[in-house]
Design a protein around this ligand. Structure first.
Ligand code: ZN
Length: 133
């Protein structure tokens, strides 16, 4: 893995949360994007060298809706960038980690992504991201 790419935060109300994080970081979100396959609306902030991704459910079956029902809004996942996502998925599988996808899926911000099951990574939901070529 190369570096931490972003932190994902589950929110109940995108508009209210964008306003809150705008005041917190003193910067406006640079991008809003819906990811239909995941049932989420995302909004990105750049804070120094780091990125924060806000995630709001777009329907009741969304993973974010389920997450918030169980744990409430807040820290959701941490993403690491990789150069070759398939090679990294294979390496992690061989190391005994459970992946939530067999094949990388299309994520926000022009990335290919794959999630690791939090049960196999100390309770943390980890996302691998690779820039789409
Ligand atoms: Zn993410």
């Amino acid at each position: 893995m190369k570096k931490m790419e972003h932190i994902g935060v589950a929110v109940e109300n995108m508009k209210e949360s964008e306003e809150l994080f705008e005041r917190l970081f003193d910067v406006k979100p640079y991008k809003r994007e819906a990811v239909e396959s995941q049932g989420v609306l995302t909004s990105f902030f750049r804070v120094g060298n780091n990125k924060i991704e806000l995630l709001e459910a777009t329907h009741d079956q969304s993973v974010i809706k389920k997450f918030i029902d169980k744990k409430g809004p807040g820290f959701h996942h941490i993403a690491f960038s990789v150069t070759d996502i398939r090679a990294e998925m294979k390496r992690l599988k061989e190391q005994g980690f459970r992946l939530l996808q067999e094949e990388p899926i299309s994520g926000a911000d022009n990335k290919l992504v794959c999630f690791l099951h939090p049960k196999s990574s100390n309770g943390m939901l980890i996302e691998l991201v690779q820039d789409k070529l």
